[in-house]
Design a protein around this ligand. Structure first.
Ligand code: SF4
Ligand code: SF4
Length: 196
């Protein structure tokens, strides 16, 4: 597991105001799931000094959960030996994101992944920012049914930044397939070797 990054001053730690009471609890988005990484996200994490194998894993995705997703997202899955993968943040032994610190939130600060920056929001087919369907069950902001604009302020973002991150994610899915395959091969090879 990656060590706490002492280089980041406290003000750089990510705890958006609306997430303050939530980030460290056992049911927050950070505690419950791994998140898909773009190549730029991977590079931003490596820049902080975390080795790839400590920061990321080959996250497996299952067909039944991909049925209702956008075609570009489904197409971005890397098929290896009949299974579907994307590079995701790594989970620790408690199945939480390795970058989550109790009482602090995320130690990646501004370098945290784009999916984390825009969660619980997404962009629909018409280009409108929406609460990602189904997230009411997982996220305090979504469950509170606050208006989208207010929710965006609660995560310290703006409509413009949300749209920009969304487009980055979409572009990564469409253009970076070869690089994802290369990273996944490295991660799966380490796993098979029992190194991680
Ligand atoms: S990278 Fe940070 S914001 Fe994203 S899930 Fe992990 S702890 Fe949460
Ligand atoms: S985005 Fe939602 S689930 Fe995640 S830490 Fe913030 S309030 Fe909690």
């Amino acid at each position: 597991m990656a060590a706490k990054n002492a280089c980041l001053p406290e003000r750089e730690l990510f705890i958006a105001s609306g997430c303050l009471q939530c980030a460290g609890n056992s049911e927050s988005c950070c505690a419950e799931s791994y998140v898909p990484l773009t190549i730029a996200d991977v590079d931003a994490i490596l820049e902080l000094g975390y080795p790839l194998e400590e920061a990321a894993q080959a996250g497996e995705y299952y067909e039944e959960y991909l049925d209702d997703t956008e075609p570009w997202w489904r197409a971005s899955m890397t098929e290896m030996e009949g299974r579907l993968f994307r590079v995701t943040t790594r989970k620790n032994e408690r199945a939480q994101c390795v970058f989550l610190r109790e009482g602090e939130g995320c130690v990646l600060g501004a370098n945290r992944p784009r999916v984390c920056k825009i969660y619980p929001f997404w962009v629909d087919e018409s280009g409108a920012i929406i609460v990602e369907p189904g997230e009411e069950e997982c996220c305090n902001i979504a469950a509170g049914a606050v208006p989208v604009e207010r929710g965006i302020r609660m995560i310290d973002e703006s409509p413009e930044s949300i749209l920009e991150y969304y487009r980055d994610i979409q572009r990564d899915c469409q253009e970076n397939g070869a690089r994802h395959r290369e990273l996944l091969a490295r991660l799966l090879e380490k796993k098979e070797a029992g190194a991680v």
